[in-house]
Structures are given as structure tokens and as C-alpha cells.
Design a protein around this ligand. Structure first.
Ligand SMILES: Cc1cc2nc3c(=O)[nH]c(=O)nc-3n(C[C@H](O)[C@H](O)[C@H](O)COP(=O)(O)O)c2cc1C
Length: 276
């Protein structure tokens, strides 16, 4: 058990972590300013099974009423287990990490989300459960040419999902779970000891775009901070030090009929109301 004193120490460390350019830190120069080589902007594929994703989204019934999308975004934890189409998956990946342009020939990618220093330090990995035409298993998004690579097949993902979602078993019915991988040095090259604070802010934009992309085409999803990363790192071939999963986001088909089941997740709230 952590002692009261240890808890307070960890809380102070956590608060300090949120400060940028902390006056208590000695002067310090990051690798970018020391002219050290820039790390690659993308990971190269490791598999021979590459699947190109469709880029023409005109066939998707996208809700283009911005205010409606903003107002109707919510977390969904009840899914129908129907297949998501490849075009829908393509839309979600494009909206959350798609590359629109380059800054310079190779300095940075410009994407559908903002990012501190345009470092785009994340890779998106996926556990694909119910996607039309895709074998169930583990995949990786290749934003450099808007495609995915299949890493390995897995006939039954339930144990993997249950474990990596820290027992949030409802996620087993999702169509796909996005796992956010931090490629640490991509951000550290520019921001050094402050990179991790910036990265967590960056992740919020990716996750929010994913939420809004889901809402705009009638899918449901939920950001998941309470994860266990070890099995996910192993499935995606990440060493857990230079690269590691730190956030997840299941997405699935939803039905208005399940509204009550969604509300049941928050049944405990009434205990607080009853205290009044
Ligand atoms: C960073 C982050 C982590 C979250 N982690 C979890 C989680 O582990 N489990 C869960 O059921 N919901 C999780 N959520 C969803 C929140 O519970 C949800 O956003 C909040 O209750 C507000 O509901 P709304 O998204 O429908 O507006 C997370 C959301 C965020 C942004």
C-alpha cells in the first residue's frame, strides 16, 4: 500500500508534470535544437498484408450539420455487434490521423488534427472484431498512404479485449478498438522533458475527432483511459519503453433500442441523488 506521504509525493509529481517550462528546471536544450537527426515521421509497415482504404467518402451518409454533431456526441458502451464497413473504418482513421499535406519536404505531416510542433507522435493500432471483409485480428494504420497492415489474425479477441480494457467487458461487442501508441522520441526530439505533457494534450484532439467522426456517421464509441497496456504492447510488437499503448477507443454499431442499457451504466448516480 502507498503511504499517505507517498501518495502526496506522487500527486505533487503529477501536478508538476502539467507545467511547461517549469522555473524549477535548470536550463536545458532539446535534441532538435542540438541539431540531432529528426526521427522518422511514420513507422514503416512490417507485414506483407497491406489493405488500401477507400478515400471517397461521398457514399457515407455524413451528418454535415456541425452543431448537431457537436450536441449529439456522447460516449456509447452498448454495441449491436454488426459489421462496420471498410469505408466507415476508413472514415474514422482519416478523421483522426489522416495526412493532408507536408510541412517542407520531410519536416512534418499536416493532419486532420492539430498537434504540438506537428510531431504527430502517435500510431494507431487496432483490434478488428467486426469489420466487413477484414479477418478478425490485429492491424496498424499507415497514414503515409491511408492503408492498414494486418499484423496477425486472432479468432477470438474477448480475452484480449477484456484484459486490455481492464475488465470493461462491454467493449468485446465493439467492431474495432483503436489503441493509441506513443512513439516517445518523435515528441521528445522537439520537446525533451516536456514532451509527455504535450503528447497527452495532443491525444485529446485525436480522441475527440474520433468521437465526432463516429457521431457524424451514426456509430458509437468511448475513450478508455483505464487500460492495461502489457498485452496490447505485446500484440502490436511494442517494447513498452520507446513505444507504448496509453489510451484506447472502442467503436461499434449502435441502436436507439439500447438507450436504457446505456443509461444503466450510470444507475449508481442515483445513490448520490438519494443523499440529498
Ligand atoms: C481520457 C478519457 C478516459 C476515459 N476513460 C473511460 C473508461 O476507462 N471507461 C469508461 O467507461 N469511460 C471512459 N471515458 C468516458 C467518460 O466516462 C465520458 O466521456 C464521461 O462520462 C462523459 O460522458 P459523455 O462522453 O457521454 O459526454 C473516458 C473519457 C476520456 C476523455
Amino acid at each position: 500500500m502507498l503511504t499517505e506521504e507517498e501518495i502526496m509525493k506522487r500527486i505533487r509529481e503529477g501536478r508538476r508534470f502539467m507545467h511547461m517550462y517549469d522555473d524549477r528546471d535548470p536550463d536545458y536544450t532539446t535534441d532538435q535544437y542540438l541539431n540531432k537527426p529528426q526521427p522518422p515521421l511514420f513507422k514503416e509497415p512490417v507485414s506483407d498484408t497491406i489493405i488500401s482504404l477507400p478515400r471517397d467518402f461521398t457514399a457515407l451518409p455524413v451528418d454535415s450539420d456541425f452543431l448537431h454533431v457537436i450536441n449529439s456526441r456522447e460516449s456509447h458502451r452498448v454495441y449491436t455487434e454488426e459489421d462496420m464497413s471498410l469505408l466507415e473504418l476508413s472514415w474514422l482513421l482519416w478523421c483522426s490521423q489522416g495526412v493532408k499535406d507536408m510541412r517542407g519536404k520531410k519536416y512534418a505531416t499536416l493532419r486532420t488534427v492539430p498537434c504540438g510542433g506537428a510531431r504527430h507522435e502517435f500510431e494507431l493500432y487496432m483490434a478488428v472484431n467486426h469489420v466487413e471483409g477484414l479477418t478478425r485480428g490485429f492491424y496498424h494504420y499507415l497514414p503515409q498512404n491511408h492503408s492498414i497492415e494486418m499484423l496477425s489474425a486472432c479468432e477470438d479477441l474477448s480475452d484480449f479485449i477484456d484484459d486490455t480494457m481492464n475488465g470493461q467487458t462491454w467493449a468485446c461487442k465493439s467492431s474495432v478498438i483503436f489503441y493509441f501508441d506513443m512513439v516517445a522520441y518523435r515528441a521528445e526530439w522537439r520537446y525533451g522533458i516536456y514532451a509527455h505533457r504535450i503528447a497527452l494534450v495532443d491525444a485529446g484532439y485525436v480522441s475527440q475527432n474520433l468521437y465526432l467522426a463516429c457521431t457524424s456517421i451514426g456509430l458509437g464509441g468511448c475513450a478508455i483511459g483505464s487500460i492495461r497496456e502489457a498485452k496490447a504492447n505485446a500484440a502490436f510488437g511494442l517494447d513498452g519503453e520507446e513505444e507504448f499503448i496509453f489510451l484506447a477507443h472502442p467503436v461499434g454499431k449502435i441502436s436507439a433500442k439500447d438507450k436504457q442499457k446505456e443509461l444503466d451504466f450510470y444507475a449508481f448516480v442515483h445513490d448520490y441523488d438519494d443523499e440529498d
